[in-house]
Design a protein around this ligand. Structure first.
Ligand code: AMP
Length: 407
């Protein structure tokens, strides 16, 4: 199945091309036709499955064919981060369609609130909002949802966990009764069922089981301090046990830094990132496929884009923020029923994230003792590691750019 099977509006098809999406993911294959037929829908799907595009594409397709006079679609999300991510996907997919969107979330100073208010008054097709801030705009009369066609609740379970239940019901009281409602949730506890009963009309259901790492992957982890990571990677790669592997890090800058550091050690590894042009990327990938280049260093973009058989090793130089990305990263090895090894370096700040990965895949990953000479490793105490440790006291926190005051 390809995206052309859905017969999307040509401008949307162009957006899909530019985003590099080729094949619909399982949730997209199942949900898109149901949403296009105007059904209400309950979808059980995790982040990382392509769930966002599974509701955005059919909705954008529909908006692309209407006169854009009123707010057409409201997406409710639990956090500002998720609202921004959804908005970014809208921007990418709808780039050629002329459809406009705004992410509306809480906090910030009065200026942000006024900017949101003006944008809502000037007219926009799609609003992505956290519940609290949306209520503020609704009660001040800045936003009119009388002509709304679609309501989407994303990560509904998290919204309920965060106590947004009453806010959601209040928002719904401002919406037309005749509308299409889609509810996406990673889990389906009874309270989600009751919410669905209250706000959806004869919904259909899709359920996408979470992905599990392939059986052939041996997973291991090292507990490290940051200064031990480079000597550790050297000791793992220098003895040539592995002929081919990918080293993942979470940001492009870290990838470049690692490239420079590894070059000094004589290990043949090159960075693959978005600053390279298409030709440079192709050349690198071809050298990697042909085994002339043993190791690639890349971000999660590489974890989704690369399909090379015979990769023996994946190293996670840091723990990916999203547990599903871990599955994508390590899935680069042991393809086509072969075997492979996936090794993750966990510093103190990442312990909590790693624990979420172990929870998602339902097993504890063995922690290996550091090679001799590298010193003691930190203890594994994920329950004591605060998720916001980095923001408050992490080593580089002073050098971080201040966040715009929007929260
Ligand atoms: P989501 O589960 O919606 O958070 O999506 C996870 C990631 O997969 C996002 O970075 C999307 O841009 C990407 N994505 C979604 N659908 C596709 C697709 N069909 N092909 C490739 N990447 C996709």
């Amino acid at each position: 199945m390809t995206f052309s099977d859905f017969n999307f509006h040509p401008d949307l098809q162009e957006g899909l091309l530019s985003m590099g999406y080729k094949t619909p993911t399982p949730i997209q294959q199942e949900a898109i036709p149901l949403v296009m037929q105007k059904n209400d829908l309950i979808a059980c799907a995790q982040t990382g499955t392509g769930k966002t595009a599974s509701y955005l594409l059919p909705v954008l397709h529909q908006i692309a064919q209407t006169d854009k006079k009123y707010i057409n679609t409201l997406i409710l999300a639990p956090t500002r981060e998720l609202a921004q991510q959804i908005d970014q996907q809208v921007e990418g997919l709808a780039y050629f369609t002329g459809i406009s969107s705004i992410a509306v979330y809480g906090g910030g100073d009065g200026a942000i609130y006024e900017t949101q208010k003006r944008a809502l008054r000037d007219g926009v097709d799609l609003v992505i909002a956290t519940p609290g801030r949306l209520i503020a705009h609704l009660t001040s009369g800045a936003i009119n949802l009388d002509h709304l066609q679609h309501l989407i609740l994303d990560e509904a379970d998290r919204m309920l966990d965060m106590g947004f239940s009453d806010d959601i019901m209040r928002i719904i009281s401002y919406l037309p009764k005749k509308r299409q409602t889609l509810l996406f949730s990673a889990t389906m506890p009874p309270k989600i069922r009751s919410l669905a009963n209250a706000i959806l009309n004869q919904p259909l259901e899709v359920n996408i089981a979470i992905s599990k790492p392939a059986e052939g992957i041996t997973q291991q982890a090292y507990l490290t301090y940051d200064h031990q990571k480079l000597p550790l990677i050297e000791s793992l790669l220098k003895d040539k046990t592995y002929q081919s592997g990918i080293i993942f890090s979470s940001t492009k800058d870290k990838v470049k830094e690692l490239d420079r550091a590894l070059r000094k050690t004589g290990i043949q590894a090159k960075a693959f990132h978005s600053d390279l042009n298409q030709e440079e990327r192709e050349t690198l990938l071809n050298a990697f496929r042909a085994r002339q280049l043993p190791f690639l260093i890349g971000t999660d973009v590489l974890s989704r884009g690369i399909d090379v058989e015979g990769i023996e090793l994946v190293i996670n130089f840091d723990v990916p923020p999203d547990p599903e990305d871990y599955i994508h990263r390590i899935g680069r090895t042991a393809r086509a029923a072969t075997t492979g090894t996936a090794i993750t370096f966990i510093n103190e700040r990442d312990q909590r994230k790693f624990f979420s990965i172990e929870s998602l895949i339902g097993k504890e990953i063995p922690k290996v003792t550091l090679p001799e000479g590298l010193g003691e490793s930190p203890l594994y105490q994920p329950e004591l590691k605060r998720p916001d440790f980095k923001r408050r006291g992490g080593k580089n926190w002073k050098n971080r750019k201040p966040k715009p005051k929007t929260n």
